[in-house]
Design a protein around this ligand. Structure first.
Ligand code: NAP
Length: 314
């Protein structure tokens, strides 16, 4: 087992993690960033980012993350394409575990972000990437002139459904009740789109598919009407999950304070968690805004909080 010590370790590689890396590298804290399973975070599965200040004509999500990573590297931040499986914050230095390796740090910045929620049925896993997706901007292109379903009744579902009509011949929004969480403007836009239909009070009971010579594909879904309990099979080519996001906080359970949805709690107006020396920034600690720019802002706050806290310990 090897042991690697750093003053600051950052877990996560979205705008929060990379901004924390830029700031802590410039403060001579030689941070190590664990990029995790999705280097660059959620923006790497989007297309154009039009609302990140400083890019008049927009910038592609993956490019934005690449630039941020390079900017942090320029000041000496190190990057590891590894996933932290476990942490021990019970005493200092803090311990972080990845495979057989143990890393230690005086301060840790958690910027593990959030991931798309899934239904949790086995057929969803089976056809993930073969007709099941949680990212319309990534996979919409593959459904030219085909029929797809979007699951959910929030703004994401409306946005994804509208986006998918650029490719698909028909988009059916399947929602589990009659009321919508989506804002009125987004809902109206979806309702006005001639390619979009709604199926309400319905759940996806099963995703149907076939496997021909090792080539898996989705062929339809079994819907269950929650009012009548009736099931209906309908033919579709793809299904997009838009049922919200969950913060990536599993490994901090029983260690750090979280709200009822699992978002890390930080002290008001700061990035301090209840454990001194452990800071949280970005979507993992922000249920409200969840924007690239707010995550970057929190990443900056976390680096400054960590720097000042480390100074106070000397
Ligand atoms: P959300 O508002 O939490 O909506 C999730 C939807 O999925 C809800 O309709 C929910 O149904 C449904 N759902 C949850 N779990 C389900 C399950 N297991 N099976 C079936 N349906 C399920 O999430 P979101 O749409 O991702 O939006 C999150 C935030 O981002 C919101 O604040 C939203 O305004 C914002 N956002 C904004 C924009 C924009 O302005 N352009 C775009 C996207 C998102 P119930 O309603 O029955 O709970």
């Amino acid at each position: 087992m090897s042991k690697n010590h750093h003053k600051v370790i950052i877990i996560g590689s979205g705008p929060a993690g990379f901004t924390a890396a830029i700031y802590s590298a410039r403060a001579n804290l030689s941070p190590l960033v664990f990029e995790g399973n999705q280097p660059g975070g959620q923006l790497t599965i989007t297309t154009e980012v039009e609302n990140y200040p400083g890019f008049e004509n927009g910038i592609m999500g993956p490019e934005l993350m690449d630039v941020m990573r390079k900017q942090a590297k320029r000041f000496g931040a190190e990057f590891a394409y590894k996933y932290i499986e476990r942490v021990d914050f019970s005493k200092r230095p803090f311990k972080l575990f990845s495979g057989k390796e143990i890393y230690t740090a005086d301060a840790v910045i958690i910027a593990t972000g959030a991931s798309a929620k899934l239904l949790g049925i086995p057929s969803e896993q089976e056809y993930m990437g073969f007709g099941v997706s949680a990212c319309a901007t990534c996979d919409g292109f593959f459904f030219k002139n085909q029929e797809v379903i979007v699951v959910g009744g929030g703004d994401s579902a409306m946005e994804e459904a509208n986006y998918l009509t650029k490719f698909a011949s028909k988009v059916t929004i399947v929602h589990r009740r009659e009321g919508f969480r989506a804002s009125q403007i987004m809902l109206e836009r979806a309702k006005k789109n001639p390619k979009i239909e709604f199926v309400l009070n319905s759940l996806i009971e099963e995703i149907l598919g076939k496997n021909e010579n090792g080539r898996k594909s989705v062929t339809g879904v079994r819907l269950k009407n929650v009012k009548t309990n009736q099931t209906t099979d309908i033919k579709i080519d793809g299904i997009f999950m838009a049922i919200g996001h969950k913060p990536n906080t599993e490994i901090f359970k029983d260690m750090l304070e979280m709200d009822e949805s699992g978002y890390l709690k930080v002290k008001n107006g700061s990035t301090y968690t209840k454990i001194e020396g452990v800071f949280a920034a970005g979507d993992v600690a922000d249920k409200t805004y969840r924007q690239a720019v707010t995550a970057a802002g929190m990443g900056c706050m976390a680096a400054i909080d960590a720097e000042r806290w480390l100074e106070s310990q000397e």
